[in-house]
Design a protein around this ligand. Structure first.
Ligand code: ADP
Ligand code: MG
Length: 530
C-alpha cells in the first residue's frame, strides 16, 4: 500500500482550496486594474480598438486569414444574420524556408498568393468580374480601389496594436525568424503584397484569437446579449473581455468609435501573477519553469495549458519512479502484476525525454473508468513504452493526472470569476437573471473530460458568485472562432470606415453572388455551426 500513500502525497500538493481560489480571484481583479492603468504590468490588458460585439443579426460575406504556427488558413464566411454562417476554407502548410526568410516580403508574398488561389477557386465569379472591370477605370494607379472583400487577419504572434488594422510585430515566436519584419506593421506588409497582385481585398482588421472567440460566441450564442469573455484553453491560455472605456486609464493612440462606451481588452492573462503572490507552486512547477526558454514568465499559463500539463505530469511521474519506497512501473516479481508478468520501462521511453508526454493522455486517463483501466494501460504501453503496466500503476498515474487537470480547471475558474465580477452584471438589477455568456475554444476545454464542470464547481465557491451566480454563467464552445471571429471584426472595421454606404452595397451583392459557391474537395465546408 506504499504506492497509494506516496501517490496521495503527490496528489495533495495539487490541491487548490476554495479559500485559495477566492484569494486568487481578488488578486486577479487587482492585477486587472493595474493593467488598465499603466503599461509594463503582469496583465498587459491590451486595448484592441474593437468597441462592440455582434448580436447575431450581422450579414455579409467576409474573408479571414489565420497565420498560426504551422499553417496558413484562408476562408470566406457568409454571415446569414440569424446566428448561422457558411464557411469555406483552404489550409496550406507554411514552407519551412519562408519561416526564416531574409525579407518580410517573401513570406507575405506567399500569403497573398494563397489568397489569390483561394479567390480563384471559390469565388471565381467575383474575381473574374473584378479583373475584367479593373482596366476600364481611370484612376491614376490604372485600376480602381475596389475592395470587394474586407478581410480579418488573425495573427498569433505578439503585436503592439495601434488601430483596428494596424499593429507592429514585437517579436517572432514558434520557430519564425524574419528580423526584417520586426517593428513593422503586419497588416501593411500583407496589404502591400495583396496590392501587388491587384486582388480585391482589404486587410480591414488585425485579430487576436481570443477576440475572435469572443466575437464568434457573441454572434452564434442564443439571445440578444453578446458574450462578455472569449477564452482560449489550448496550447496556451488567454482571454479577451468587454471593458467599460471609463475604466481604461492608459492612453490610447489610435482612432476608435467611443459611442458604445466599451472596448474589448486582450488581457494576456497567461502572465497573471508572474510574481507568484497567489499561484500554487509544487516542486514540479519549479522544475518545469527552469526548463523553459522564458523562466519566470507566463506562470499562470504554465499551470493551466496543454503545452505544459503533460510535462508537469511527466516530472511528477518520474519522481514516483525514482521513489525507493515504491515499485512503480516496475515489478520485482510477476505475482505482483495482475497480468502475471513484470512491468518495465524501455530506456528510450519518452517518459525520460523533456516534453515527452503529450497532455492528451490525461484525457484518456480521465475517461477510462473501466475496472481494469485497459485503455489507459494500452496507451501507457504504446506511447510511453511502459511494458505491461499493472493496474495499481495505471491507477496511480490516473490519480496524479486528475489532480493536475483539476488544479488547471480551478485556476482557469479564477480568471473567469474575476472577469464576471469585473463586469458587475451579477449585482446589477438591470441585468437581473440574464445569462452571462462566455465563449471558449481550445483542445483542453473541448476534450478534457469534466473541465467545464470543474470550472463551475470552483465558480460556485467564489464570494460574489455562489450557487445562484454560477447558474447565470453560460460557458459555451465558440466554433471556428478564428474564421468567424475575424470576419466579424472585419465587419466592425468596415462600419468604422468613412464611405460605408458604397461598401455595404458591394458586400451585399457579394453575399448574394457567393450564396451558391460550392466547396471543392480539398477544402473544408462547414455549414452552419450551432
Ligand atoms: P492551438 O492552441 O494551437 O490553437 P489546440 O487548441 O488544439 O491548438 O491545443 C493544442 C494543445 O492541446 C496541445 O498542447 C495538446 O497537447 C493539447 N491537447 C490536444 N488534445 C487534447 C486532449 N484530448 N486532452 C487534453 N489536451 C489535449
Ligand atoms: Mg487555437
Amino acid at each position: 500500500m506504499a504506492l497509494q500513500a506516496e501517490t496521495q502525497a503527490i496528489v495533495t500538493q495539487f490541491d487548490f482550496s476554495d479559500e485559495n481560489v477566492n484569494k486568487a480571484v481578488r488578486e486577479f481583479l487587482r492585477q486587472m486594474d493595474e493593467g488598465l492603468e499603466k503599461d509594463g504590468t503582469s496583465l498587459s490588458q491590451i486595448p484592441t480598438y474593437v468597441t462592440a460585439v455582434p448580436n447575431g443579426t450581422e450579414q455579409g460575406l467576409y474573408m479571414a486569414v489565420d497565420l498560426g504556427g504551422t499553417n496558413f488558413r484562408v476562408c470566406s464566411i457568409k454571415l446569414n444574420g440569424d446566428g448561422t454562417f457558411n464557411l469555406t476554407a483552404n489550409k496550406v502548410p507554411i514552407p519551412k524556408e519562408l519561416m526564416v526568410a531574409k525579407t518580410a516580403s517573401e513570406l507575405f508574398a506567399f500569403l497573398a498568393l494563397q489568397i489569390r488561389n483561394f479567390l480563384e477557386e471559390h469565388h471565381g465569379d467575383q474575381f473574374e468580374q473584378h479583373v475584367r472591370r479593373r482596366p476600364t477605370m481611370t484612376a491614376p494607379e490604372g485600376y480602381k480601389d475596389e475592395h470587394v472583400f474586407r478581410m480579418g487577419f488573425t495573427f498569433s504572434f505578439p503585436v503592439q496594436q495601434s488601430g483596428i488594422n494596424k499593429g507592429t510585430l514585437i517579436r517572432w515566436t514558434k520557430g519564425f525568424d524574419i528580423p526584417d519584419a520586426v517593428g513593422k506593421d503586419v497588416c501593411a506588409l500583407l496589404q502591400e503584397e495583396i496590392d501587388k497582385l491587384h486582388l480585391p481585398v482589404k486587410v480591414a482588421a488585425l485579430v487576436n484569437d481570443t477576440v475572435g472567440t469572443l466575437m464568434a460566441r457573441s454572434y452564434s450564442s442564443p439571445g440578444k446579449q453578446g458574450a462578455v469573455l472569449g477564452a482560449i484553453f489550448g496550447t496556451g491560455t488567454n482571454g479577451a473581455y468587454v471593458e467599460k472605456l471609463s475604466k481604461l486609464k492608459k492612453p490610447l493612440s489610435g482612432d476608435y468609435d467611443n459611442s458604445t462606451g466599451e472596448m474589448v481588452i486582450n488581457t494576456e492573462w497567461g502572465s497573471f501573477d508572474n510574481q507568484l503572490n497567489v499561484l500554487p507552486t509544487t516542486p514540479w512547477d519549479i522544475a518545469l519553469d527552469k526548463q523553459t526558454p522564458n523562466p519566470g514568465l507566463q506562470m499562470y499559463e504554465k499551470r493551466i495549458s496543454g503545452m505544459f500539463l503533460g510535462e508537469i505530469l511527466r516530472l511528477a511521474t518520474l519522481d514516483l519512479i525514482k521513489n525507493p519506497k515504491v515499485s512503480f512501473f516496475k515489478d520485482e516479481n510477476s505475482a505482483s502484476n495482475d497480468w502475471r508478468t513484470t512491468t518495465y520501462i524501455d530506456k528510450s521511453s519518452s517518459l525520460y525525454q523533456e516534453w515527452g508526454l503529450d497532455t492528451s493522455i490525461m484525457s484518456v486517463a480521465a475517461i477510462d473508468e473501466s475496472p481494469t483501466l485497459s485503455a489507459l494501460r494500452q496507451l501507457l504501453e504504446s506511447t510511453l513504452q511502459v511494458h505491461m503496466p499493472a493496474y495499481e500503476d495505471a491507477l496511480a498515474f490516473k490519480k496524479i493526472a486528475a489532480a493536475i487537470g483539476r488544479r488547471a480547471a480551478r485556476l482557469s475558474a479564477v480568471a473567469i470569476a474575476a472577469i464576471v465580477l469585473q463586469t458587475g452584471k451579477l449585482s446589477d438589477p438591470a441585468h437581473d437573471n440574464e445569462p452571462i455568456d462566455i465563449g471558449v475554444d481550445g483542445s483542453l476545454v473541448e476534450h478534457y473530460p469534466y473541465f467545464t464542470d470543474m470550472i463551475y464547481e470552483a465558480l460556485r465557491a467564489v464570494d460574489g458568485i455562489g450557487e445562484q451566480g454560477a447558474k447565470r454563467i453560460r460557458i459555451g464552445i465558440a466554433s471556428d472562432g478564428s474564421g468567424v471571429g475575424a470576419a466579424l471584426i472585419a465587419l466592425v472595421a468596415a462600419g468604422m470606415e468613412k464611405s460605408t454606404d458604397n461598401l455595404l452595397g458591394d458586400l451585399r451583392s457579394g453575399a448574394a453572388n457567393a450564396s451558391d459557391t460550392a466547396a471543392s474537395s480539398d477544402s473544408e465546408e462547414k455549414p452552419t455551426a450551432n
